[in-house]
Design a protein around this ligand. Structure first.
Ligand SMILES: Nc1nc2c(ncn2[C@@H]2O[C@H](COP(=O)(O)OP(=O)(O)OP(=O)(O)O)[C@@H](O)[C@H]2O)c(=O)[nH]1
Ligand SMILES: Nc1ncnc2c1ncn2[C@@H]1O[C@H](COP(=O)(O)OP(=O)(O)OP(=O)(O)O)[C@@H](O)[C@H]1O
Length: 212
């Protein structure tokens, strides 16, 4: 198995999707509007993690492309929960890829306390051998959901998936707290957005003053 050759189109897909989704954020900024996208990240799944998954799920190498949906992974992080659904709707309207599956772990959080909205897409990349369609996973979550998931991921890594009961229970409490934080922020969303718009205007004014 030549991993570099195998992963090359996935790297291309991640790079292209990052540019496209960051472009959506930029368009809101040019229009001086609140962007539902705070930031976008992406990664190609590390080879060790692909191998772990094939072992855990008993996936033959020949089925890697079909059975591991997150070799190309994109993450869109939003300020508010309803921004997530704005992003989901924008993604549904795009015609540069097909949506294969949507998983709403927000209305139905996972047993661990994990919350996020996932969209699995089939993305066409242009290669020198022609078009190649591959799977990619887009995770959409709030800053609070991301904070929780990042910490939980680190703990899972530290404890090889066997997080001690006491830590697990604290993580569940933290997940509830993150949920309440999202709820409270949603209630003062318009106040926050007004403040951010004033800040942006002031910033733009200062930039114009510097130019003149
Ligand atoms: N930190 C954290 N991330 C999670 C959790 N569950 C899912 N994820 C993330 O979401 C991805 C896809 O998870 P699922 O939608 O459950 O996918 P699946 O194919 O059913 O199961 P996986 O074997 O976990 O990929 C994972 O690869 C993680 O990046 C969780 O409990 N904690
Ligand atoms: N869709 C994604 N977009 C951006 N980053 C991601 C995405 N999925 C996972 N990551 C990040 O990539 C890094 C390596 O993740 P890895 O694939 O090993 O984790 P995982 O998705 O939780 O794995 P698995 O589900 O196979 O246990 C982690 O920092 C993880 O948070």
């Amino acid at each position: 198995m030549n991993w570099e050759t195998f992963l090359a189109p996935y790297r291309q897909a991640v790079d292209e999707l990052k540019v496209k989704l960051k472009g959506m954020r930029a368009q809101y900024e040019y229009g001086a509007m609140h962007s539902p996208i705070e930031f976008v990240t992406g990664r190609v799944k590390p080879i060790t993690s692909i191998l772990d998954k094939t072992r855990k799920k008993d996936i033959p190498y020949a089925n890697l492309e079909d059975e591991i949906q997150d070799i190309a992974g994109i993450r869109v992080v939003c300020q508010f929960v309803d921004d997530i659904y704005t992003v989901v709707n924008m993604i549904r309207k795009r015609n540069d890829f097909d949506i294969l599956e949507e998983k709403d772990y927000i209305t139905k959080k996972k047993e661990s306390g994990y919350r996020s909205y996932h969209i699995i897409i089939e993305y066409p990349v242009e290669t020198i051998e022609g078009e190649k369609k591959l799977l990619a996973e887009i995770q959409i979550r709030t800053l609070a959901m991301n904070f929780w998931a990042t910490n939980e991921h680190s703990l899972n890594y530290k404890y090889s998936g066997q997080i001690p009961a006491e830590v697990k229970s604290r993580l569940k409490n933290a997940s509830e707290a993150a949920f309440r934080l999202d709820e409270e922020m949603s209630k003062i969303k318009s106040e926050i957005q007004e403040a951010q718009a004033i800040f942006r205007q002031k910033h733009d004014q200062n930039d114009n003053d510097d130019d003149s």
